[in-house]
Design a protein around this ligand. Structure first.
Ligand code: SF4
Length: 429
């Protein structure tokens, strides 16, 4: 889609009342991406509702008091090498991200708009698109952008915690990038107490794509929009999502995850002919917080639901491919040590829990752990799921708990002091 077409989609959307935008997105069934749950329309409507003055009837933006007017925050933060969707979207879809952001602002009745990127990302295309927005264009679009005071670009230091909306909002208000109970539900109570819509760049780009396609379907926009949208996504593309695939020794790759491919096919797409898929021992789905899945599960369809259920982490689908024989205890230990570096220490359940799990896994590797300690580690994991403030603590037990199942023979061998099949084959290699 050329730039003019994207801005026309925005101009067309600005002519629609918010309720109609919600209805279009709901009819389409567009889900939020980047690890956030639920339908886009439900989330936006909730945020708009929270910004409405008490007792006011739904309608235009006039019913919102200034103090309650919502804020929209788009984020392309990746936070770590395990995720690359933000960078990919900035590179491929910057105009669509801005289009989706401004449509969101219109739909929820926002007074301010931010877009967050991280140091080290190439956001030059986003800057170019911001420049285009400021140039002459449709009067309605110019008036709307002017009213918002433009879109404020925020560049933040890289941190995995910034994938948490609360930490992102804390950082936006010049506080440390730490999860914050004040922002436990930003759509109702966010920046300065105002309803704050936090959406991933991937979601915003999809909103622009879906509305663009809807306008073409309705034959209600000019030919240039239709032309621009031709190469755009099928409905499957707008419904699908991006997946970052990592294999040791290779740069991360971002692939598009459509409706009905299997995990095996996704691996083959990402790796091409470089690696024998038969060598794949398993995968870790959902980044460093994600669970391990064993070889037999490779034939499962890699649906959006599976990614969200299995990895449903601090935003983003990521898949680490495990090649050759690797010890499951060692893999879980490596994952927990990685999470130990991320834990900010705010809640004991997370900070102390991760420390204890690391200690237990080290004992297993050293052959001195007991099965009673194993039971305690399981109980502790359940406690972490419920007592941690953010996803780091809530999801930290996933690699450990899943490794217990997927690599049961490795754990059994280490606990019983017999030969671990993975460690033996590594030593003999
Ligand atoms: S769960 Fe962990 S990372 Fe999140 S706030 Fe608590 S201590 Fe910090």
């Amino acid at each position: 889609m050329d730039g003019a077409a994207e801005w026309r989609v925005l101009e067309r959307a600005l002519m629609l009342p918010p309720e109609e935008i919600f209805a279009l997105l709901r009819d389409y069934g567009l889900r939020r991406k980047g690890g956030a749950p639920g339908l886009v329309a439900d989330h936006w409507e909730r945020c708009r509702g929270a910004g409405r003055a008490p007792g006011a009837a739904p309608g235009g933006r006039a019913e919102m008091s200034a103090a309650q007017s919502p804020v929209v925050v788009g984020t392309a933060i990746d936070g770590s090498d395990e995720f690359a969707q933000g960078q990919h979207t900035l590179r491929e879809d910057s105009r669509r991200v801005l289009t989706g952001l401004l449509i969101a602002a219109h739909a929820v009745g926002a007074e301010h708009c931010y877009v967050c990127v991280e140091e080290g990302q190439d956001y030059s295309r986003l800057r170019d698109a911001l420049g285009e927005l400021a140039q002459d264009g449709d009067r309605r679009r110019q008036a709307w952008v002017g009213r918002l005071g433009g879109v404020q670009l925020k560049v933040m230091k890289r941190s995995l915690l910034l994938r948490d909306p609360g930490a992102l909002l804390a950082n936006l208000t010049h506080r440390q990038a730490l999860p914050d109970v004040r922002y436990s539900d930003p759509a109702l109570h966010g920046l300065d107490g105002r309803p704050t819509l936090v959406e991933s760049a991937e979601t915003l780009a999809s909103v622009a794509a879906v509305l663009g396609m809807t306008f073409v379907d309705r034959n209600s926009v000019d030919a240039s929009v239709a032309e621009g949208e031709k190469g755009l996504a099928s409905s499957q593309e707008a419904q699908g999502r991006l997946l970052t695939v990592m294999v040791a020794g290779q740069p991360a790759q971002v692939v598009f995850l459509g409706g009905d491919c299997t995990i095996r096919e996704a691996i083959e797409t990402a790796l091409g002919a470089c690696v024998e898929v038969a060598e794949v021992q398993g995968i870790q789905l959902g980044g460093p917080f994600g669970p391990f899945l064993g070889g037999l599960q490779l034939e499962n369809p890699l649906t959006v639901a599976l990614v969200e259920e299995a990895g449903g982490s601090m935003g983003g689908a990521a898949m680490r491919v495990l090649l050759g024989k690797q010890c499951g205890v060692d893999l879980a230990l490596e994952a927990l040590r990685r999470l130990q570096l991320e834990s900010c220490g705010k809640c004991p359940a997370c900070y102390e829990g991760v420390r204890q799990l690391v200690g237990f896994l080290e004992s297993v590797m050293a052959g001195v752990a007991t099965s009673q300690e194993g039971e305690l580690a399981r109980v502790l994991s359940q406690h972490m799921l419920t007592a941690s403030l953010c996803d780091v603590g809530k999801l930290a037990p996933a690699p450990f708990l899943s490794a217990l199942v997927v690599f049961a023979d490795h754990f059994g061998a280490h606990l019983e002091g017999t030969e671990c099949p993975a460690c033996v084959s590594r030593e003999s290699a």
